[in-house]
Design a protein around this ligand. Structure first.
Ligand SMILES: [Zn+2]
Ligand SMILES: [Zn+2]
Length: 516
C-alpha cells in the first residue's frame, strides 16, 4: 500500500474539496526571497545597518526558515486514514514570528480564542491607539525595552482617567496591550501600542461600572498628559537631551495622537474577536505583495488607506522590501502582548474571591487547553478538518516523519511532486563574497529536529520562541503556558499514539511499493 496510495492522492489533490496543503513556493514573497535574500544578507551591513541597526539573528532565522516552511522538499510527514488507508503528505512549518504569514495566522487565531475564553470577561471594550512623533520613534527601534515602559505609562494614565470619570478610586479596569512597529504600510518603523481596554472597570465586590461616553476633549486631554509623561520618561532614561525635550514640549502640533473611536459593546463577542485579530495582525498582508521578477521590483498594496497618508501602495526594489519586512520581525524573547489589571489572573482571582465571579461569556469548549488545536481552528475558519479523511470521513493518523534527504526525494519523485530543492539566487552587486556563489542549501539551517514540529494540522499549539514568561507583577501570564507543544520531534511523535517514527525502514517500504 503506502506510497501507491500517496500517488493516487497526489493526482486527486486538485479536485479535492476543502482542505489542501498550501503551496508556499508559488507565493510572491517566496519567489522574491529566493531571488534576493542572498543579496540582502550580503549587502546588509553596508546598505541597511546605519538605518536599521545590525541584522538580528532572529530576523535572519525567520527569513531563512520561511524558505522551508510548508515545503515538502525539506521535511514531510505521512498521514494515513485509519479506515480507508488513504495517505497524504504534510510539510512542516517554521513557526517563526513576524515574517511567515501562514504561521502568524495560526498563532493569532489561537491567541484570540484563548484571550476571549480566559482573559476578557463579557463587558464592553474600547481600543486605544497611542502614536508618537517621528522624532521619538528611533529610540524604540534600538531599545526594545522601551515598549514595556510605554505601555505601562499608557495603562497608568487610562486607569487614572477611568477612576476619575467614574468617581471610584478602587475601580479596576482590564487591559491587553499589543506592541506594533508598523502602520498600514510596512515601510516605516512606527512603534505604538494598541490597547484593548474594558470600557469601565470592576469594583472590589466584582460589579462592573461602565465608562460614560468618551468625548473628544477627553482624548485630547489624555493625549496631552501622555505627551508630558512620555517626554519626561525618555528624558529621565537619558534618551533625550533637556533641549530636545523642551523643544518637543513647545511644539504647537505635538505629533502625539490618541485614538479611542473603536468600541465593542458588551455581548458582541464576534466584534471583540475581530478587534483582537486586528490588534494581533501581521505587519503586512501576503496578498498585497506583487513581485515583478524582471525588474526586481515589489509593488505592495495595503489592506486599507491610512488616514494620515496619501497612498496605500509602495513600489520598491526587492532588497529594500526585504529590509522593510525584516525590521518588523519581533525581537527574540520579548513579548508583543501584555496584560494588566482585570485581565490578569491575580486580579481576576481577587475579584472572584469577593463572591461574584467574573462572567466569561464563552465557556471553555474543551476541558483541556491543549485541545485548542490547529485542526479545530481550521474547522472554525474554513469549515474543514484536516484530521478527517476527505475520502471517507475517517480519522487520519501520523505514520511517519521523514527528514532524510534521500528518502524525501524518492517519495516526492514517486508521487510526482517537485523534488528539486528551491535554490537561492547568489548575491548580486558589490560586495560579492566568493562563498555567496554556492549558497543554496548549505545556507539553510535544517533544524527541524531541534525546534520545529509537525505542520499546522497536527501541532497542538503554535507557540514558538520559548520565551520565558515576563514577570512585571501585573503581567504574569503568557499565552498557552500550560499548553506548550512538545518541542522536539520524538516527543511530538510520542504525542500521537499509535504511530512509529520510520526512518530508513520507511524507505524500504516505499521501495517495495515501487517494485510492484
Ligand atoms: Zn479514509
Ligand atoms: Zn511558517
Amino acid at each position: 500500500m503506502g506510497a501507491c496510495c500517496l500517488k493516487s492522492r497526489a493526482k486527486t489533490e486538485g479536485r479535492r474539496e476543502g482542505y489542501a496543503t498550501r503551496r508556499p513556493e508559488q507565493s510572491d514573497l517566496y519567489r522574491l526571497l529566493l531571488d534576493h535574500l542572498e543579496t540582502f544578507f550580503e549587502g546588509y551591513d553596508h546598505r541597511f545597518q546605519p538605518r536599521h541597526g545590525y541584522l538580528r539573528p532572529e530576523a535572519r532565522r525567520a527569513l531563512e526558515e520561511f524558505i522551508q516552511c510548508g515545503v515538502l522538499r525539506f521535511a514531510l510527514v505521512r498521514v494515513r486514514c485509519r479506515d480507508c488507508g488513504e495517505e497524504a503528505l504534510v510539510p512542516l512549518s517554521c513557526r517563526r514570528r513576524g515574517l511567515c504569514t501562514s504561521c502568524h495566522q495560526k498563532r493569532r487565531l489561537v491567541w484570540a480564542e484563548w484571550a476571549m475564553e480566559e482573559c476578557l470577561p463579557d463587558v464592553a471594550y474600547r481600543q486605544w491607539v497611542f502614536s508618537l512623533p517621528k522624532a521619538l520613534r528611533v529610540y524604540f527601534r534600538f531599545d526594545r525595552e522601551l515598549f514595556k515602559g510605554l505601555s505601562r505609562i499608557v495603562v497608568d494614565e487610562l486607569t487614572r482617567y477611568m477612576r476619575e470619570v467614574t468617581g471610584r478610586e478602587d475601580l479596576e479596569p482590564g487591559f491587553v496591550v499589543w506592541d506594533h512597529t508598523f502602520g498600514t504600510l510596512p515601510d516605516s518603523y512606527h512603534p505604538h501600542p494598541h490597547v484593548c481596554a474594558t470600557d469601565g472597570g470592576y469594583l472590589p465586590d466584582g460589579s462592573f461600572v461602565p465608562l460614560p461616553r468618551v468625548r473628544t476633549r477627553d482624548t485630547e486631554a489624555l493625549c496631552e498628559l501622555l505627551r508630558h509623561r512620555v517626554i519626561g520618561w525618555l528624558l529621565k532614561k537619558g534618551k533625550l537631551s533637556e533641549e530636545l525635550a523642551g523643544s518637543l514640549l513647545s511644539w504647537g502640533h505635538s505629533g502625539f495622537s490618541l485614538d479611542a473611536t473603536r468600541r465593542v459593546a458588551a455581548g458582541r463577542r464576534d466584534r471583540l474577536e475581530e478587534l483582537l485579530l486586528y490588534m494581533s495582525r501581521h505587519p503586512f498582508i501576503a496578498g498585497g505583495i506583487h513581485y515583478d521578477a524582471v525588474s526586481g521590483t515589489v509593488h505592495y498594496r495595503a489592506f486599507r488607506k491610512h488616514k494620515g497618508r496619501d497612498t496605500d501602495t509602495i513600489s520598491v526594489d526587492a532588497v529594500e522590501f526585504i529590509a522593510m519586512l525584516a525590521q518588523h520581525i519581533p525581537h527574540a524573547r520579548k513579548h508583543q502582548v501584555r496584560y494588566y489589571g482585570a485581565c490578569t489572573p491575580e486580579v481576576r482571582k481577587r475579584l472572584e474571591l469577593s463572591g461574584k465571579p467574573l462572567k466569561i461569556a464563552m465557556p471553555a469548549r474543551t476541558a483541556a487547553r491543549g485541545r485548542r488545536s490547529w485542526a479545530r481552528l481550521m474547522w472554525k475558519v474554513y469549515g474543514v478538518d484536516p484530521q478527517i479523511c476527505p475520502k471517507c470521513g475517517g480519522e487520519r493518523e501520523i505514520i511517519s516523519v521523514i527528514l532524510r534527504d534521500d528518502v524525501i526525494v524518492k517519495i516526492l519523485d514517486h508521487v510526482g511532486l517537485p523534488s528539486k530543492l528551491p535554490a537561492l539566487k547568489p548575491a548580486r552587486g558589490p560586495p560579492i563574497q566568493p562563498a555567496a556563489q554556492q549558497a543554496t542549501r548549505s545556507r539553510l539551517p535544517l533544524h527541524f529536529e531541534e525546534d520545529c514540529f509537525v505542520d499546522p494540522e497536527y501541532s497542538e499549539f503554535d507557540c514558538i520562541d520559548d520565551e520565558p514568561p515576563e514577570t512585571d507583577g501585573t503581567q504574569p501570564t503568557q499565552v498557552g503556558e500550560n499548553s506548550r507543544p512538545p518541542t522536539d520531534l520524538l516527543e511530538l511523535v510520542n504525542h500521537y499514539p499509535g504511530k512509529q517514527l520510520c526512518w530508513a525502514s520507511d524507505l524500504a517500504e516505499d521501495d517495495g511499493d515501487k517494485a510492484e
